[in-house]
Design a protein around this ligand. Structure first.
Ligand code: DP6
Length: 331
């Protein structure tokens, strides 16, 4: 049976890494220097519709609630080329995308964006791929996007070539009722994008030290998950986030993603700890802070954060399933 339209819509969550990805073995294929582990986020999602059509002379890429730069559009077009080549499709595409979170909040839009684009474009092209193959394709668009395809808590294997660097689910979203209280702070800093920032990772004298400890961190993470030991989880999350930022700050030129609000929140977390509240922080390539706690402490954490004067917006995320297709299109 031939498909009458070449159109599909997908939704994908952003994810927060508990063990971070920072640095590549292969820039073009986006093969990472280390394995990473993450949780998909329920409230930070991207929806994308892709339609291949013979009526288009070029790709037409737009967003419902933001404006893409030419560079961003080119990167998405290049990703469509990879999928067109695989599917032997020669048509240009119309792409419309919508984020549940405002642009510039640093809520990992490239992970959810490239995961949704991959799943929608693959389906629209008529290809039928396994989840593993989808993660490999999404990884080529943006490394962390591969972790947004499978459900819940996801491990991205380091691998040594494109075929064995893929992501898979270790636990479904309902395995552990964790929360990511995403604290968005105001920022007028010029953002160094992850791709550009990590391209200079080899200049940090601390890179090798972080990489050396990585395999045992992954093992510790897996044991912690079997036992659901929250204090050990929180300590390991903070440790790896700080290790990654030490690498970032010691690259040449150095990158400081934290601002004064970020530091204020980090200090507050240590104080809340001392008062007996089990909450831990992790920070990606931006000033926002992800506060990880158990469901039972969500309200207390949100209240404490509100009392700080430095917060723009709070988004409470639960663990979520991965990317999937939707019946309703954006156009
Ligand atoms: C700090 O996946 O955005 O969020 O592969 O170049 O697109 P590219 O990088 P990207 O890097 C994410 C880095 C991070 C850590 C993480 O999510 O693991």
């Amino acid at each position: 049976m031939t498909k009458t339209t070449m159109k599909a819509t997908a939704i994908a969550p952003a994810n927060i890494a508990f063990i971070k990805y920072w640095g590549k073995q292969d820039e073009k294929l986006r093969l990472p220097l280390n394995a990473s582990f993450s949780m998909n986020l329920s409230e930070a999602v991207t929806t994308t519709t892709v339609e291949f059509s013979k009526n288009l002379a070029t790709d037409e890429i737009s967003a419902v609630n933001e404006v893409f730069s030419e560079k961003e559009k080119q990167r998405m077009s290049k990703h469509l080329d990879v999928i067109r080549k695989k599917a032997r499709v020669n048509l240009q595409a119309k792409v419309v995308t919508k984020n549940s979170f405002p642009k510039g909040t640093g809520a990992a839009a490239s992970a959810s964006g490239f995961a949704a684009l991959t799943v929608a474009a693959v389906s629209a092209s008529g290809l039928s791929l396994s989840e593993k193959e989808l993660t490999i394709l999404a990884r080529i668009g943006s490394g962390s996007a591969c972790r947004s395809i499978p459900d819940g808590f996801v491990l991205w294997e380091r691998g040594t070539d494109s075929e064995n660097s893929f992501a898979h689910s270790l636990y479904p979203p309902d395995y552990w009722d964790l929360r990511d209280v995403l604290v968005i702070v105001a920022s007028d800093m010029k953002k160094v994008l992850s791709t550009e920032g990590m391209s200079r990772v080899q200049t940090s004298p601390f890179l090798q030290s972080r990489l050396h400890g990585l395999p045992s961190k992954i093992k510790r993470m897996l044991t912690i998950f079997t036992k659901k030991d929250f204090a050990a989880l929180g300590n390991l999350i903070e440790e790896d986030s700080l290790n990654m930022h030490a690498v970032m700050m010691t690259q040449s030129p150095p990158i400081f993603y934290w601002n004064s609000a970020t530091l204020e929140i980090m200090h507050a977390v240590y104080e809340w700890h001392a008062q007996g509240l089990p909450v831990y922080f992790t920070i990606d390539a931006g000033p926002n802070v992800h506060l990880i706690c158990e469901a039972k402490d969500e309200q207390k954490v949100v209240e404490k954060v509100r009392q700080l004067g430095v917060v723009n917006e709070i988004v409470v995320n639960k663990p979520s399933k991965g990317a999937g297709l939707l019946n309703q299109h954006l156009f």
